[in-house]
Design a protein around this ligand. Sequence first.
Ligand code: NCD
Length: 334
Amino acid sequence: MLPSRGSSLFHVIDPRVFERPLLDELCALATRARLLAKTEDGARALRDLLPTRRAMLYFTQPSTRTFLSFNNACHVLGMRTSEIRDPSTSSEVKGESFEDSIRTFSSYVDVIVMRTKESGRAAQAARLMNGIPRPVPVINAGSGSDQHPTQALLDIYTLQRSFEDQGGIDGKVIGMMGDLKRGRTVRSLCYLMKNYKNVRLVFIAPEQFAMEPDVKAYLDQHRIPYTETTRLSDVLPQLDAVYVTRMQTEWDTSGESRAVDLSHFSIGAPELARLKRDAVIMHPLPRGPEIDPSVDQDPRAMYWRQERNGMWMRVAVLIKIFGVEQRIGEIPTV
Ligand code: NCD
């Protein structure tokens, strides 16, 4: 059976629709799958969950982690995948419309995962699916500089795991640093923060790359306090988590990223010395010079674990979309 539009999770487009119970359930599912996969029997049981399901990975914008983690998340669950990564190999070059291409993918598969350079494309595909007789779920794997909901989910999972022994995400001070204007990961993560109590956000960005007013208006509306600064050193010791991002140079029109003095927006040995002992450093990756590779050795560096959490969170999302969460609960553990 295909997931129906009435199921508890169908399209994954906009992080604003995620409520705390669903976030907690997805985190628990990710952990359950992660632990099951450690044994041969558990890994086989996971692989038997969705062996008849197929996914289309339509990634026409560069991707390493999101593509590979979705691809492997599908394989963990026994699903098969097909892909288009280079738009020049798609009939869109013959003039086929975006809608017709998406409808074609939906004819062959049970879920479409898509990343595009243009904002709003995944939402457009989901709207199209809602109007056809055999709709399949659409998962937004990054839409322009706009949203990246599954990244935000894996970031929440990483924060929750990191603060497991410190009362969870509630009450934490979370810094977001770098190109906040054009970075879709931080925009999506801000939206999910409405689900946690007494969280305070600290935006650390060059003036010209500050967080956009639409996200700030959302935070105001949900009474999530935030402050803004152009210097990490002024706020560093207050932070429980620092979410570092790179300059999104691909959106430059005249090399504006190069004008930024990254020394105020980077983590190296001097910053480690002033960061709380139990704080965490995150990054959606790929990184540029904003995190020195020597930081990788520090126990507070969480980004490699965050990357791996991404695959388990995507497993959890697929489990929920295809409604096999009961079955994973029934798999015996040793
Ligand atoms: C991010 C993206 O593509 O938005 N990467 C990712 O999905 N892990 C972050 C980035 O490219 O800076």
